[in-house]
Every structure is written in C-alpha cells, then in structure tokens.
Design a binder for this molecule. Sequence first.
Ligand code: BES
Ligand code: MN
Ligand code: ZN
Length: 505
Amino acid sequence: MTTYYRTTNVMDIKVIQGAIQKQDADVLVVNLFAGARPGGATGAVDQALGDQISAAIDLGDFEGKVGQTLLLYTHGQIPAPRVLVVGLGEQEGFDLERARRAAGTAIGTLGRLGTKSAATILHGTGAGNLPVEPAAQAVAEASLLAAYRFDEYRSRPQSQSLTKLHIVEFDSTKLREARRGVRRGRALGEATCLARDLVNHPGGEVTPAYLARAARRLAKTHDLRCRVFSAKGLAELGMGALVAVGQGSANNPRFIVLEHGPRRGKPLVFVGKGITFDSGGLSLKSVEGIRTMKADMSGAAAVLGAMQAVAALGLKRRVVGLIAAAENMPSSTAFRPDDVLRTLAGKTIEIVSTDAEGRLVLADALAYATRYEPAAVVDLATLTGACVTALGHHASGLFANDDDLADRLLAAGEQTGERLWRLPLWPEYREQIDSDIADMKNSGGRPAGASTAAALLAEFADYSWAHLDIAGTAWCTKAKPYVPRGGVGVGVRLLTQLALDWSSS
Ligand code: BES
Ligand code: MN
Ligand code: ZN
C-alpha cells in the first residue's frame, strides 16, 4: 500500500531559445486569436507550411475560438511532423485563465494522439499583452494539471505519454522571465496534483492517520516542521468537538500542524477540514448523498498542497497549516444528536445534526490558531450543500470578518482562475444558531445554510479571518481543459497566490 502520492507527471518542461518552426518534436503547438491572421510564431509556421493555416481560416475550417483546435501534417516541410493550432478566442479580454485553458486543450489533444514530445510557444505574450513570466507559469501549470490522471487503482494505467515539453521563446532577453514562470508553474502544478491524489484515494485508504503520514512525509521532503496530535493528545488538549466527531470511527482523529519559514512572527495560517469520509454519522446520509464523501477532506488536501508549494518556492514569510482530521461514522461510540460538546475555546455546541460535523472540527482548529497571534487565517472546507445550491460548481463561497483579507482573496481568485464569490455574515445568521441549552447549535436549518455555518465558525475566529466553502468546487464531474473528473485540488493555487502576494506587499 501507501504510496502517499506519486509524482504523477513525469513531464520534463524546459524553456529553450529558438524559432518554433525549426524545433524537432512530435507536435508543435502554436495559437490563433479569433478573427486574426496568423502572425508572429504562428505566422512563421504558416509560411513554412505554404499558408496551410491561412487556408484553413479562409475556408472557415478554423476560427480561433476558445477550445477549438486544428491539426496539420507537415510532410517534411519542417522537422516536426505535426502542428497543432489552438484557438485563443477574442483578443479583447484575453487573460491568464484563457492561456491556461489553451495549454490544457493542447495537452488534451496531444494525449489523445499519444504524443511523446511537444514544443509550444507561450500563449498571448504577443498580441495578447500578457507578461512573459505569468504566461510561462500558465503553460507549465496548466500542462501538468491537464496531463494529470489518477490511475493508482487500475491494472492498466491510462497515464499520458507526453514526457517532454519544450517552451520555445524566440526573444533571448525573455528567457530568464520564462524560466522563472516555469519554475513557479511546476511548483503549483505538482502541489495541486498532490492534493488531487489525496482527494481521489478512497476513504478506506486516506484515513486521518494517512493524512498525518502524508504531512510528516511532506515535512521531510520539503523542510517543513510537523507536529501531529493523536486522539489521546486531542482529548488532553481539550478539542472536545474534534474528538466527538471522530469517536464513532475505528480510524481515530488527528490534529496536524505544519510550519514553514521563521519560527517567530505573525504567520499566515491555513486551516483545512479533513473529514476523510463523511457518512453523516447517526444523522446518516442517503445512498446518493453519501457518494463522493471521500472528498470531504479537500480542504485539508488544499492546505497540504499549499504548504508544499510555499516551501518549494522558498517563501520568506512564516506560514502555518492546520488540519482537523476525522472520519464521521455511525456506531455505538458515535456522538449523537442532542449531545452538547465543549470546544477548545470553552464554548459549547448543541448537536442538531451529526452531519453538520465540518464546522465542529473547524471550531477547534480555529481556536488552536489563536495561539499564533496570526496575521490572518484562511480556512477551507467542503462545508455545506447550501453553498453548492447557491453557487453551483463555478465559484467557492467566501466569508470574511475583514474586508482587506476578502479583497486579497478575491484578487488571488481572479489571478488563479479559482473564482470566489463573497456571501454575507450578518448578525441575523448568528441568531439562527442560538441554542436553548448551549452557547450555540450546529445547524440553523435550511435558510442560508452556508451563512449560518460560517456564523458558527466566526464565533471561534478572534483575528482577521476568511472562510472558503469549497463544497461545490472541490470535486469535478464534467472535465474542463485542465481539470479532469475527480478531485480538483482547488485552493492550492489560490492560497499560494495569497501567500506570494502577501510577501511582496
Ligand atoms: N460535507 C458536507 C457538505 C457537502 C455536501 C460537501 C455536498 C460536498 C457536497 C457537510 O458535512 C454536510 O453534511 N453539511 C450538511 C449540513 C446540514 C446538516 C446542516 C448539509 O449541507 O446538508
Ligand atoms: Mn456532513
Ligand atoms: Zn462534511
């Protein structure tokens, strides 16, 4: 057993100086804006191929729309036997997300062709006005993410054949920037793939103890400090909520601490919900509702991925990752509806539903974060079905008690394409979780379910804090250019971007 994670992508990505049409690779990847004529590198390839790309445009076979591709055979006119043209869409409004999608679309086509080596130009650095460094990051990152396959449990692997990707830049003054971008893109791509692996493994494999082993392993390979509290340690510490949620399972809970950077100073703290399987407990889920609940540790996976990325990028600032890991199961030892739990912060919570377990384990993790006197805390959790109802799969819910932190996160969301939408945290939602016998109850009923969950968390956040409800974004059922079906690894790139921006401001 126990491959904690594989380096799924054994893709070698290199930046080289040269003319794209002179490269020797199985496929050359160039691009085209909608309604444009081939120019720059694409124009050079078009010329070398006797205007084949122009002909396809003139015949209406290729328009350069987003997601569109054109495959050409070169018949010895240039060293590479094939050329793939990817559409970039309208030049107006071109951004990094479209650059990532173009790279992802290209990788998808190369995968279906069984290509082993490819050479690509950067997308949008010419007419698209993107700076070279982020454009190079986008291609490296999206290529790794698009090539990702989870085939740990298949007898015959389906993994991509592409092992060599050359990013070709003609202008030698831009090579340094391009290489910096590729380095960052690789770190983020690999960290996101780690998170995906953790999410995709079934709950029988990825238990709280497994998450703890993965964290310890990460600390070794990436020079992080790691501390794990076992079930006994949690009880001694006073984490009554985390203990209660975990007590119905033979797979005992854990609390995991990962630290990067200086030992002193106010850190940025990331907190992840690590429910390794959410059956609902005694408030058992339905046959349909229980499917994919192995992914209820996606917040934890994002924190592990982000810690790997900040370490790999050598971030100077102090960053702490906290993970509350437990399996929510029904049994004779399980916690029950009507129980009252005492949290680490001392506040008590009456249990309405054992299926509202995420906010319970996070309450203890958020209280633990107080001891760091954090500069800011961001928690990620697949917390509520209500958030999925509100935003679908196209944005994570954002809640914050600090507008500046919210704005920083929204900006990081735009930059990474991991979109966020801010939802309210009004006092009325807090009233909805007033309890008759305890300080609060763990469910406020159906109305505004995402906001009442956040209102409970806010009770434990006595610092600058934001909460991301990733229930709708952590799991993908319809493949996108650089997100295959299954675990998305959402939050890794977002959190790392936040930490990078924070360090440079
Ligand atoms: N893990 C679920 C939330 C969830 C639902 C994530 C669907 C991904 C997809 C969470 O623990 C949960 O069960 N929440 C309940 C809360 C309710 C009982 C107050 C919900 O949203 O139904
Ligand atoms: Mn639940
Ligand atoms: Zn849950």
